[in-house]
Design a binder for this molecule. Sequence first.
Ligand SMILES: [Zn+2]
Length: 291
Amino acid sequence: MTALPSRPRVIAVSLLAFALFATAWSVRMCAIRRNVPDLSPLARRAVRESPEPLRAVAGAVSVVYAADPRAAAAMIEEADYAVIEISRRLGVAAPTSTVHILLTPGVSTWTTLARAKGFRPDSLALNAGREILLRDDPEQSARPDRLAHELTHFVLRETFGEGIPLWLDEGLAAHVGFAVSRAFRTARGRRMAGAWPGLSTAQMEPLEVLTSRTSLPDDAEEVRLFYRASEELVAWIEDRLGAAGMREFIAETARGALWREALGKRLNTSHFSTVELEEEIRRAVESPKKR
Ligand SMILES: [Zn+2]
């Protein structure tokens, strides 16, 4: 028969186990903190509450925190490329500050964080200041333009502060983000293509309302229409103004000019029909899209 452990022995073993746990915990937290001197409380919470320990990998312009070091390394490579390329395409200086990208595993962690921040839990990313929190799940990771999309928001925010209108911010993130992530893959011999179905515009707001928005609609279908129409409008404007004119348009609008005025004065045509523009964007949203 095995003798029951004596009380002092139980206490000693418990203390030893606690000491070992505390040491391991502080080593882990130190390793994370050494690399993350200035994470926001929300990002620190994401690190703390992650079901798997997150490791930080530093690149030239970004630090990526992920459970899988290979995922972090791949993301660093793309982020370093994307920040430079996005800045070039937007015609702005590349940000000198480091962007912190967290791949947040676990649906429950994500839901908690999204609620804390006032986002819907189904949001694709939390993007604020110099931090981008991405939900680390197979469905989201399959979206190849996700990182470049979020980094476009970062570059715009670093350059223009919070002044850029929501539609232009989202339209550029979709338009430039896709182009940059495709260029990144093409340079590495990988193909990237996308196809989007046409959407019914029955619920689509007039451009005047859509471009005045400071927050996304509540309804999921209206959110889809908002993103798509914003991207189509950005593509339409770039097509008419060309790359150089588009850069001026972005800078002027981000600094507070009314977008219709910034556009109107750059168009070569003598008049600028808002009715025709409205119809063209609706037709573009209704048409299936491939690129
Ligand atoms: Zn976005």
